[in-house]
Design a binder for this molecule. Structure first.
Ligand SMILES: NC(=O)C1=CN([C@@H]2O[C@H](COP(=O)(O)OP(=O)(O)OC[C@H]3O[C@@H](n4cnc5c(N)ncnc54)[C@H](O)[C@@H]3O)[C@@H](O)[C@H]2O)[C@@H](O)CC1
Ligand SMILES: [K+]
Length: 462
């Protein structure tokens, strides 16, 4: 499992639990401030520093940071936005014995620490405040956002007002959704998460690198998982998916397509299934461990009939692309429980409509409604299970925004589903391997290049 991700409310509850167990609230602020100050100090030594402090506990952290840096000999100035309004922030401010400037009059410094707002932000910053922040961050050579960049909404990652781009974001106590969800996750270059002595637990996690197994000594191609990919009019998409499934660690891949076109690696068996009855017959094979439908399936009546045969087959299913669009048209109530669904934003909206909340909330609601594992794709991909657990993959390669990468992911998900039999685990493994293959591929790659890198990505996690 990755690092726990806590919403603002969950973070407050974790903080309350720590306080109830005997840790004074102010101690948490001192720890948070001291740890953040240490990070700034190690990176920057005695650079000229400006700390911006807001009215809440985020501002309190700022006063602690300023005091500790100054005690180390760093030239520190503090600029505050109004008076401190919480008991702990008042205490932290009282312990700062330097002057406090007004934010709008503050002069820039080489190093900027933003402690204006954190998880308590409820609305966008006033225009003048957002402008000051933008000006001061823009003029600094090094900038740090304490807990969150001021102006982002903790639970959704939305920008409530314009937010400049920081060098480092120091997440206090636990990650929040805004550290992983875009656009907020793009408002800093580097993310550092620090322990402040509370033990957060959450059904939400950042996506962790998987632990994969090499085949056992008695393994054979069927025990390792036989994957069927149901093709249609567009052979290329189905081929990409089939080739990804073949390099996913599964034992064998079979393409079931209208015409046996002889394309693809020799290791992939291509069977011609002209009629729907032929598809149904091919799906009677009890050795099948997972079936993928969608990439290149088509959207005509013939495609729907082929998909119906898949839905009736009772195999482990991965549904992507055209399969999702067809289901959205013909009735989302036919989504088969226990499947993996891999929609992008458009497909998600077609299938589930306008679901309220953050991307995580949306994915969880859709998973619960469909009783499927959702892989809600994008620069931030959310994997959600019907039981309420979710993993968020973020900060991956933006070069993945190219044709065919979704087909590769779908094939990989089908392959991992065939290997593991567990849809949530398979989806997490597939998303991680896909991201790792992209990291290894570097820049300007095409979807085919990802497939070549899957064996190396798998080898890293054995
Ligand atoms: N939860 C925890 O365990 C800990 C939290 N700490 C810090 O406390 C922060 C949360 O503190 P708070 O809950 O006090 O919240 P914030 O300090 O983020 O800000 C809340 C204050 O700003 C006001 N406010 C909200 N939006 C505003 C806007 N657009 N313009 C003007 N005022 C606005 C609110 O009414 C409230 O007074 C965290 O981000 C973190 O930095 C740490 O001190 C230590 C431990
Ligand atoms: K902040």
């Amino acid at each position: 499992m990755g690092a726990p991700v806590l919403t603002a409310a969950a973070m407050r509850a974790a903080e309350q639990a720590a306080i109830a167990s005997g840790v004074p609230e102010y101690d948490l602020m001192e720890r948070a401030g001291a740890t953040a100050a240490e990070i700034v100090w190690r990176a920057g030594g005695s650079r000229d520093t400006l700390v911006l402090c807001g009215p809440g506990n985020n501002g309190g952290d700022g006063f602690v940071i300023a005091r500790i840096l100054r005690a180390k000999g760093v030239p520190v100035r503090v600029a505050a936005l109004g008076e401190s309004g919480t008991a702990s922030s008042l205490r932290a401010r009282a312990r700062w014995d330097g002057p406090v400037e007004a934010l709008h009059q503050a002069k820039p410094a080489a190093q900027l620490v933003d402690a204006l707002f954190g998880t308590g932000l409820t609305r966008g910053l006033a225009d003048a405040v957002a402008a000051s922040l933008e000006r001061l961050v823009g003029r600094a050579n090094h900038s740090y956002a304490v807990d969150l960049p001021s102006g982002v909404e903790t639970d959704s990652g939305r920008l409530l007002s314009p937010v400049p781009r920081f060098g480092v974001c120091i997440a206090l106590g636990a990650l929040k959704p805004a550290h992983l969800l875009y656009p907020a996750a793009d408002r800093f270059e580097r993310l550092v998460s620090v322990d402040i002595g509370i033990a957060p637990s959450s059904p939400l996690h950042s996506l962790a690198p998987p632990h994969l197994d090499a085949p056992a000594s008695d393994a054979h191609k069927y025990s390792r998982g036989l994957v069927a990919v149901i093709g249609g009019g567009m052979a290329g998409a189905g081929l990409l998916a089939s080739r990804a499934a073949a390099r996913s660690g599964a034992g064998a891949v079979r393409r079931i397509v209208p015409d046996a076109d002889g394309r693809g690696p020799d290791a992939i068996i291509t069977s011609a299934a002209m009629k729907v009855a032929d598809v149904a017959k091919a799906l009677e094979d009890k050795r099948l461990s997972a079936v993928l439908a969608g990439p290149g399936l088509g959207r005509d009546d013939g495609a729907w009939e082929r998909l119906e045969a898949v839905l009736e087959s009772e195999h482990r299913l991965v549904l992507d692309a055209d399969a999702l669009t067809l289901l959205a048209d013909k009735g989302p109530d036919q989504l088969p429980a226990g499947a993996i669904l891999t929609p992008h934003e458009g497909e998600f909206a077609r299938l589930f409509g306008d679901v309220p909340g953050s991307k995580i909330d949306k994915a969880l609601a859709a998973a619960q409604r469909s009783r499927c594992v959702l892989v809600y794709k994008g620069a931030d991909t959310v994997i959600a299970a019907p039981d309420g657990k979710a993993a968020v993959a973020s900060r991956g390669s933006f070069w993945l925004s190219t044709a065919g990468t979704g087909d590769v992911l779908a094939g990989l998900a089908a392959g991992r589903f065939a290997v593991t039999g567990d849809p949530f685990r398979a989806a997490c493994e597939a998303v991680w391997l896909h991201g790792e293959a992209a990291r290894q591929a570097g820049a300007a790659f095409i979807a085919d290049d990802l497939i070549e890198r899957l064996p190396a990505a798998i080898a890293r996690r054995l």
